[in-house]
Design a protein around this ligand. Structure first.
Ligand code: NAP
Length: 310
């Protein structure tokens, strides 16, 4: 088979360290299917991997292909595959890297069917953020009706879903976003939006039962001040939260894992209008390196998706 296109990280660094290059096509191993990628979701993790910021948690063997979630069509099946067939429309997280390529070998267990009502761009926006937001809120955060929640990074991929889930769970939702994204976040169900580029959330919020930290760094350090005595911070952004949790406080790291049942339930909610999935930019493969950099400097609201097919 001929070489395929892929976005390859050649060395840690800036946008120039990502190149669209020809690579050998993968082969589906046992329990895997070969997916012809039609679209893949861009994530906040991409530029952190590119820069090498998270090389301790996610050491890479370079060169490597970035991309952690996709939607496409099954082109071939490996030994022992029982559920999926050639021609199936599928979506899912890889549980690893390599989604920014024309063809990807994926474990069958990670993939869910794409509902007929969703196109590949819509499907590629769902696998990671929607599930990670749901699990960090409900499983790690154990949100209950009436509780006060602060969502840091509410306009991003995870944040946009978490605001809706928290509102649906009956929580009082405080959310931070840049001023230009305030209306969007309010429209998703936030009761109070704090524009982080204009105001300090510590001056406006207190007695919070659950902080969802989708931002990390300084925002996480400052969040302890607004927590209720028995409150919890769940972070998806700072793997070292447990080591840095002040004595007597509760700080949890959340690491997402693929969950096909949850993803299918979420996709059903999107299809039936119970959940909004925002795709604010769709780019081509030759625009992807720039889109990953834009996600670092000026994040779009919701998700950016790269489309491989016309
Ligand atoms: N542990 C896991 O399993 C897991 C899974 C998925 C993602 N993650 C991590 O979770 C985090 C969120 O992911 P994502 O995909 O949602 O990222 P994203 O789409 O890039 O969103 C990040 C958001 O952070 C916001 N932000 C930046 N500075 C802020 C500040 N000072 N105060 C409040 N908000 C601020 C931005 O808001 P504006 O757009 O309004 O500027 C942006 O929308 C990332 O760190 C990612 O690496 C971890």
């Amino acid at each position: 088979m001929n070489d395929i296109r892929a976005l390859v990280l050649t060395e840690y660094g800036g946008p120039d360290s990502l190149k669209v290059s020809p690579v050998a096509p993968p082969v589906a191993g046992a329990g895997q299917v070969l997916v012809r990628v039609h679209a893949a979701g861009v994530n906040g993790l991409d530029w952190k991997l590119r820069e090498g910021y998270v090389r301790d948690a996610f050491p890479l063997q370079l060169p490597t292909i970035l991309g952690i979630e996709l939607a496409g069509v099954v082109e071939a099946v490996g030994a022992g595959v029982t559920r999926l067939r050639t021609g199936d429309r599928v979506m899912g997280p890889l549980g690893g890297l390599g989604a920014y390529a024309d063809l990807v070998a994926v474990n069958e267990a990670n993939l869910s069917p794409v509902p007929d009502a969703l196109d590949f761009v819509q499907a590629a926006a769902l696998p990671l953020a929607s599930v990670a937001a749901w699990k960090s809120l409900h499983l790690a955060g154990e949100i209950r009706s009436g509780q006060r929640i602060l969502i840091q990074g509410a306009a991003g991929g995870l944040g946009g879903f978490a605001v809706q889930y928290a509102h649906q769970a009956g929580a009082v939702v405080y959310a931070t976003a840049r001023d230009s994204h305030s209306g969007y976040v309010r429209g998703l169900g936030a009761d109070h939006v704090i524009a982080y580029d204009k105001e300090q959330f510590e001056n406006l919020v207190s007695d919070i039962d659950l902080v969802l930290d989708y931002t990390g760094g300084d925002v996480l350090s400052r969040s302890w001040a607004v927590l209720a005595e028995n409150g919890t911070i769940v972070s998806t952004a700072s793997p070292d939260i447990a080591a840095n949790t002040p004595v007597g406080r509760r700080g949890l790291w959340f690491q997402n894992t693929p969950d096909t049942a949850r993803l299918q339930a979420i996709a059903d909610d999107v299809v039936h209008g119970r959940l909004q999935s925002e795709v604010s930019a769709v780019v081509r493969l030759d625009e992807l390196a720039a889109a990953i950099e834009r996600n670092r400097t000026h994040p779009q609201r919701g998700k950016t998706v790269v489309r491989f097919s016309d």
